[in-house]
Design a protein around this ligand. Sequence first.
Ligand code: 6PG
Length: 243
Amino acid sequence: MTVQSFVYESAEAASVACARKLVELLERALSTQPRVSVAVSGGTTPKPMFAEMAQSHFNWTNVHLFWVDERCVPPTDSESNYKLAKDHFIDAARFPAANVHRIQGELPPQEAAKLYGDDIRAFFKLSSGAVPQFDVIHRGLGPDAHTASLFPGEPLIDDHKNLAAAVYVEKFHQWRVTLLPAVLEAARHTLMLAAGDDKAQPLRSVLRQPYDPKKYPAQITTYDGAGVIWFLDKAAAGTAVRS
Ligand code: 6PG
């Protein structure tokens, strides 16, 4: 598998580079499409990515923003991935409110997941059973090799039919809504952003162990490498990726 990866001195530099690639890919897609779609993740690493997107002076008018996953909390909660993007990108970029496709974390998880799936189907004008192709999906890597809100051992990792689902994350005693593998695998471009010492081991496993997404969920999409770019800091790259 040829892995396209870029290694930077710092988490900040990796995040900024990821943002610039995201904008470049959206700009390229807009040269042949009237509108484009991007799904972003949450956590802490992406903060500088969102800030760079906000100050990029890119015209977001024809960009539609979705989430890879969301914690089932209100949009004002510090845990909310929507709030993270709002605070660091949406407001500063004056991103068009009508183009924000928020997962409604304040609702009961199953209802939030259903409504999100309905929103995706409506936006992509999907016939029953079809899978959307996002132009860009940004994902992170957890210290346990999770990605999105698909954690090791999660049965939903085998669900290649549905678009999104509610998932109870034992580790955090928290309900979440997450995109499912079929959607992640259909992405035109996948940008993986990982930084920090605690990502070196999971990255090595994801890149070097045989394909076992139940054990290493971040291998979803990234294993065959097509359309995947890793943005890493030196700490995360460790010995797995030459800088
Ligand atoms: C979330 C994210 C999650 C994240 C990883 C890595 O809701 O937490 O979507 O999948 O990408 O946990 O997070 P960090 O990059 O902040 O370590």
